[in-house]
Design a protein around this ligand. Sequence first.
Ligand SMILES: *[C@@H]1O[C@H](CO)[C@@H](O)[C@H](O)[C@H]1NC(C)=O
Ligand SMILES: *[C@@H]1O[C@H](CO)[C@@H](O)[C@H](O)[C@H]1NC(C)=O
Ligand SMILES: *[C@@H]1O[C@H](CO)[C@@H](O)[C@H](O)[C@H]1NC(C)=O
Length: 317
Amino acid sequence: MSVSTIFCVTLTLTLTVTQIEAAADIKSVVYTRKENSRVEVLQEVPLCLNGTCHGGRTTCVLKCITHAQCTGVNFRASDRQCMGVARSVYDFQSNIQADGNWENFSPDAREVRDGDWILVFRAQRGMDVSSDYDGKTLLAWNDDTLRSDDTLNTLDPDCFTSLKGGCPDFYRSRWLSTWPSGQIDKVRLALYTGGVLDVHMEFNGTGSSRHDWYHTDRLLNSSWTDLVPGDPANVLSLNGHLTNDRIFIATSTSDENDCNQMGWLLVINNIRQQLCPYDKKTALILPSYDSNVPQFLFSKVSHKINFYEGTCDCQQA
Ligand SMILES: *[C@@H]1O[C@H](CO)[C@@H](O)[C@H](O)[C@H]1NC(C)=O
Ligand SMILES: *[C@@H]1O[C@H](CO)[C@@H](O)[C@H](O)[C@H]1NC(C)=O
Ligand SMILES: *[C@@H]1O[C@H](CO)[C@@H](O)[C@H](O)[C@H]1NC(C)=O
């Protein structure tokens, strides 16, 4: 089984009550078709008798729009099978299955949601493989021309859901280009393996920018018991270790050349800098040499670890 760690930074929006009520008044919703795909049905929302809608796609979608539990539909044209689904294709937690017999209709969306959170950045191991220039993850983070959410309806769902690993591109939302924003409340950085949340940190987004939110002073909480808000001994830095090209670092030592450094997270941005064993390859878990970057090195236990090869309870993926 191949496991891919997905590096996702999501942020929340505060919506006022007025906005929520206004949204409930909207009667007409545009559903866009994604061919050859179906959203995994955890609990089917029954729409037509015996699951067959004799009126075809239109009936199937119309039944969905009037059903409180229905968000989108999977439709099989050959026998007009119509399955109501509670989740949209644009739900971060959805499992989108490629299936030539099915098509999915979900309401048009301008962003990928995970409950109240909006996905703003997503990366996974090995995205730099086709490129030989350094620091692609940081370049993607800062590239205002990259607006994946503008083409959400045609984008491969593997590129914006938590589960799948087969996406060759970064997902970057327009929210990164309009930050600072008075609407940004909290920021979450999370790592998922095989769709399951591994570790996360939450930050206070009020008054932040996309360059300064990742800071110990802004930390609200984390999934590690010893990474707590406001500890001045810890280094949380997005640009990270410049010389050794590690980014999004969360460490408790400030010497970047210390290969025994303690911490929670290192994102290896570029393997050309080979000072420490963990900079060179995925030596810890993966069996063979692997030059793909970014790579994510993080503590799998409840506390910080020594990143040195072979001695840490960590995952490198
Ligand atoms: C639904 O299925 C039942 C049992 O298989 C069958 O008796 C019935 O005729 C079906 N109804 C329709 C409308 O196809
Ligand atoms: C976030 O920061 C703002 C501005 O400094 C502050 O007013 C607010 O209380 C903070 N929120 C949390 C949850 O700490
Ligand atoms: C972090 O705080 C938020 C509320 O601000 C809470 O919902 C979440 O469960 C907390 N996470 C942890 C790991 O404590």
